[in-house]
Unconditional design. Structure first.
Length: 362
């Protein structure tokens, strides 16, 4: 059976439901399986549980606390732009130009997807307030193509997971990909085509299936996109548009066979949120993942963890020659992992010293 994505089901949307409200009652009547666990997490704020001094929190949470407001101004600006009445015609090869422009704006890799109804969320979950109350509204599905891209996160931040540096980096790069998307959407609009962009506060579609279809990577046991060069340490962005572009194809660099021998993300996850079982969702293999237990850990620790991102050998970098040598070969993969564990002196890299950005306060 085909799965229709509904943003109201994602953890960030569920966690925002106000206990006793009409939405709360309606949602949990239809989905009682989430209720007990969600209620335990509801209302907990990140900063309260971060094991740092008040001065640390006062100094360093503001580094990213204006992200939502910045993102809102980007949407407002895009809305204010007038679109030419007659679109400029582009050849099929214009996808090369679009990818180049996205990279000019800061994207590292870019893929094109021809959108089908099943790519979209059916209904918004209103994951953030700044754009108004979208909860329960049907998603506008008139865009025909998605330009999906990513920006890598700094390895020296990710290797400090689950400490504050990881949260700082993910939040910074969330804003960066929104900015890249907003510029690209504004550019596409100036050519005469409709365009909007995804961000932490708005998206018409889940980005992992799009990134898979656009050839940016494969879906690993973490349930994230794993890119061949940057592994799991990437933040995805996307522009949704009516500009016709030639679509890309999914890639296969042997991750399925590798994940089956590796499981490092699963073994290192502090809350057993990652599972070794797969399910097929609209033609893509997703591992089962317990978003509730993962989010509970985030809330308990006051950061968004990231240990699974850090644990992935692709995040740490595997050279292409080695990847080709072991591709789909269980014995060679085992040999690689044995050497990798020896080299990294254990199951994961974990740096305890603070980065300059947060030095001086505990
Ligand atoms: S973020 Fe942390 S808790 Fe969540 S799945 Fe990854 S390792 Fe597990
Ligand atoms: S850590 Fe290992 S099992 Fe997990 S996604 Fe990366 S390669 Fe796959």
């Amino acid at each position: 059976m085909k799965k229709i994505y509904d943003e109201r089901h994602i953890m960030f949307s569920r966690a925002r439901l106000v206990k006793g409200s009409e939405r709360y009652v309606t949602f949990y009547k239809a989905h009682p399986e989430y209720k007990k666990g969600d209620d335990e997490i509801r209302g907990m704020a990140f900063p309260e549980n971060l094991r740092k001094s008040d001065m640390f929190k006062r100094k360093f949470f503001p580094v990213f606390s204006n992200n939502d407001a910045y993102m809102k101004t980007m949407y407002d600006f895009l809305d204010s732009l007038k679109k030419p009445e007659t679109p400029i015609e582009v050849p099929e090869t214009f996808n090369t130009n679009i990818k180049g422009i996205a990279k000019q704006y800061g994207a590292k890799e870019v893929g094109i997807v021809k959108l089908e109804t099943l790519h979209y969320y059916d209904t918004h979950g209103g994951v953030s307030e700044p754009l108004g109350d979208l909860y329960g509204k049907k998603v506008d599905k008139h865009y025909t193509h998605a330009i999906v891209f990513f920006k890598p996160m700094r390895l020296d931040s990710i290797n400090r997971s689950p400490h504050f540096e990881e949260l700082l980096e993910t939040e910074s790069v969330y804003l960066d990909v929104a900015f890249i998307g907003s510029r690209l959407a504004a550019y596409v609009k100036s050519l005469g085509y409709d365009a909007t962009f995804a961000s932490e506060i708005f998206s018409p579609a889940p980005l992992v299936p799009l990134a898979f279809d656009g050839g940016l990577g494969q879906i690993g046991m973490t349930n994230h996109i794993v890119n061949q060069t940057y592994g799991d340490r990437i933040r995805l962005g996307a522009v949704f548009t009516t500009l016709p572009l030639k679509p890309d194809q999914p890639v296969d660099f042997g991750l399925d066979a590798f994940c089956k021998r590796c499981s490092l993300c699963l073994m290192n996850c502090p809350n057993q949120s990652i599972k070794p079982y797969k399910r097929n969702v609209n033609g893509r293999e997703f591992y089962k993942f317990d978003d509730q237990s993962c989010f509970r850990l985030w809330k308990n620790m006051g950061t968004d963890c990231g240990v699974c991102i850090q644990s992935c050998p692709y995040t740490q970098g595997i050279d292409l020659e080695t990847q080709n040598w072991m591709k789909n070969d269980p014995e060679r993969i085992d040999a690689f992992i044995k050497d990798y564990l020896k080299d990294k002196k254990g199951r994961r890299v974990s740096i305890k010293t603070p980065l300059d950005s947060v030095k001086g306060e505990d």
